[in-house]
Design a protein around this ligand. Structure first.
Ligand SMILES: [Zn+2]
Length: 148
């Protein structure tokens, strides 16, 4: 089912609105100017494998909760990072209260907990809030070591 799901995103280069699938091979490009598009999706217990673990590019996972104050700072900061690094990462958000299996699997003790997955394997992890430039540096360092 989730392969049918899509979100809309406006291209940072030309401003055109694009439909971006939640799960797909490769990385999304703007239908008009062909530049890579920011890729952000929500995932949960049922579709995490498809949305996050099968992605071809590194995935930043934001494990957040609605009641969490710092999450309200980190989520937009991560969206900025995902926009700046369009074509290089995918951002996947998981509401921990609605997805107990993922919370348990990743042993979430505090929110936000951030993970970087490379083909399903956790390559970096951190808990707590940080400003966008710090998050971007952390993401870039974590994905620069990957092969290929
Ligand atoms: Zn465009």
């Amino acid at each position: 089912m989730s392969t049918m799901q899509a979100t809309t995103v406006s291209c940072p280069h030309c401003g055109r609105t694009n439909r971006v699938p939640v799960a797909a091979e490769g990385r999304p490009k703007c239908g008009h100017c062909k530049q890579p598009l920011p890729w952000m999706a929500d995932a949960g217990d049922d579709d995490f494998t498809e949305v996050a673990e099968r992605a071809d590019i590194p995935v930043v996972v934001d494990l957040w909760a609605t009641w969490c104050g710092p999450c309200r700072m980190v989520s937009p900061a991560l969206e900025k990072v995902a926009t700046d690094l369009a074509g290089r990462i995918k951002l996947v958000k998981v509401d921990v209260d609605k997805n107990p299996r993922l919370s348990q699997r990743f042993e979430v003790q505090a929110v936000p907990t951030l993970l970087i997955l490379d083909q399903g394997e956790t390559v970096a992890r951190q808990a707590g809030a940080a400003p966008a430039p710090v998050l971007r540096q952390w993401v870039e360092q974590s994905i620069s070591a990957r092969k290929g």
